[in-house]
Design a protein around this ligand. Structure first.
Ligand code: SF4
Length: 458
């Protein structure tokens, strides 16, 4: 198996004995844009010296800016079913928890989607617990149809990323046929003994089957896969190296690694006691992890959910986070019921601000909020996407697309203040675009949008 536990432990043991000079050498390599080895990443994970850490944070921020520019992609999760046959000890939906179980029917899904569209969302992550009887794949496929078919005024969901349990090649083919965006699956922990302890007596408890899910997804033709580890279950340094090895395995076998990495931290959930977890990750460690992952996989998107507070998200954006959720509800039918009293959530959300507020703050901090879904719709997926990212040319599409989708949001969902600030930002950023052909196309498209056209992208 490609996650060699002894190898990872050896890397970490050696790095723990490293000198400050050896650690600095790894930082210098990162600063010079050299390819980092596993040993280098292990060394970066040992850095505690504040001056060296500042250099790591600076490189991580620079990498993000150089590759993707100032854009931060926005999305929202949609929980469609909390039926679950699993027993994951860290999850609020675990089968032992007595909570009202339900799944949304087609009308309810469409109602949730209309609320999300009213908030301006274009990209969602569909989430469902594992239950072959109550939440079979056919139900998920029907949900995808319902989502893509729901339009409200100018609103539409243009990309649905899907986070459902590991499954077969045949089922992945069916998901691919429904034109999903990224298939997302968190390994939770790469440490097999911990994995088995965290998933007692349940379908998800088969470490090898779970770990090879992306292989099956890729065999089925799904090109964009999104990984993640739940930081706090085991030694976070081990998880980072686990993610790296998993990514490399996919690159070697299928020519493309992770499209995204999600970085959830273990949070309080119904039926679990946070005090029982000994590997919880504090804020300072978490910032280091985000920055080191950004350096280790420069072209992979890093996703941060509303599990993290507004302050933490704000800081992590400087270290390489490239996608954030906004206005999220993690309960079933949560968007509708939010005002009527909360449903049971899968985990506690820390950042409860509406997208409009999040957008304004992102702009204050020098970012361009983006609702772009262009790459997947232009066929820039898998290795075609990675080639564009690696050639340094992705920014040529990300920035204009971010500006167009921001303008679309301003026209359809913004307020006067956003319009004023957004127009200034769009003008300034358009001026900075070096390629005249792209600048002209963008200017033309913005004018078309002012006159009612929508959904324009490069
Ligand atoms: S242009 Fe592609 S990479 Fe850039 S934000 Fe849009 S979809 Fe993402």
């Amino acid at each position: 198996m490609f996650i060699d536990h002894e190898y990872i432990e050896r890397l970490l043991d050696n790095a723990r004995k490293s000198t400050a000079a050896e650690q600095e050498q790894a930082v210098v390599k990162a600063e010079q844009g050299e390819l980092l080895t596993h040993e280098d990443i292990a060394l970066l994970l040992q850095v505690r010296d504040t001056a060296l850490l500042d250099r790591i944070f600076a490189v991580a921020g620079e990498i993000k800016r150089n590759i993707y520019g100032k854009r931060i992609v926005m999305f929202a999760p949609l929980y469609i079913s909390n039926y679950c046959v699993n027993n994951c000890v860290y999850c609020g939906f675990q089968r032992c928890n007595e909570l009202p179980r339900r799944k949304l029917n087609r009308e309810e899904i469409q109602e949730e989607i209309r609320i999300l569209e009213k908030m301006g969302h274009k990209r969602i992550a569909l989430e469902a617990g594992e239950d072959p009887v109550n939440c079979p794949l056919d139900y998920v496929l029907e949900a995808l149809d319902a989502i893509y078919e729901t339009k409200l005024d100018n609103g539409s969901i243009r990309r649905v990323n899907v986070n459902i349990a590991a499954t077969t090649v045949e089922n992945y083919k069916k998901l691919k046929d429904k034109e999903i965006g990224t298939y997302i699956l968190f390994q939770e922990t790469y440490h097999k003994p911990t994995y088995e302890k965290m998933h007692p007596k349940c379908a998800k408890g088969n470490y090898d089957y779970h770990l090879t899910a992306f292989d099956r997804a890729m065999e089925a033709g799904i090109e964009d896969v999104g990984a993640g580890a739940l930081f706090g279950l085991y030694d976070s340094d081990f998880e980072v190296l686990g993610l790296m090895l998993h990514n490399e395995h996919l690159e070697q076998e299928y020519g493309v690694g992770f499209h995204t990495i999600s970085m959830p931290r273990l949070k309080k959930a119904e039926g679990m006691d946070l005090d029982k977890f000994t590997y919880l990750v504090d804020d300072e460690t978490f910032k280091r992890l985000v920055a080191i992952i950004r350096i280790a996989v420069p072209y992979t998107g890093i996703i941060m959910s509303t599990r993290e507070s507004a302050e933490m998200r704000k800081e992590l954006l400087h270290y390489g986070v490239s996608q954030v959720s906004a206005g999220s509800c993690t309960g079933i039918g949560g968007y509708k019921e939010e005002e009527m009293g909360r449903t049971t959530e899968q985990f506690k959300v820390s950042d409860e601000r509406r997208p409009l507020e999040v957008l304004k703050e992102l702009m204050d901090d020098g970012y361009i909020p983006s609702y772009c879904t262009a790459c997947y719709r232009q066929g820039r997926t898998g290795d075609r996407f990675m080639q564009l990212a690696k050639s340094g040319n992705i920014g040529y599409v990300c920035t204009p697309n971010a500006l167009m989708t921001l303008y679309e949001y301003m026209l359809d969902y913004g307020d006067d203040e956003l319009m004023k600030r957004g127009e200034k930002l769009i003008l300034e950023e358009t001026e900075k675009i070096e390629r005249e052909d792209i600048k002209n196309l963008l200017t033309r498209n913005l004018a078309l949008m002012k006159n009612g056209k929508r959904d324009l992208y490069l």
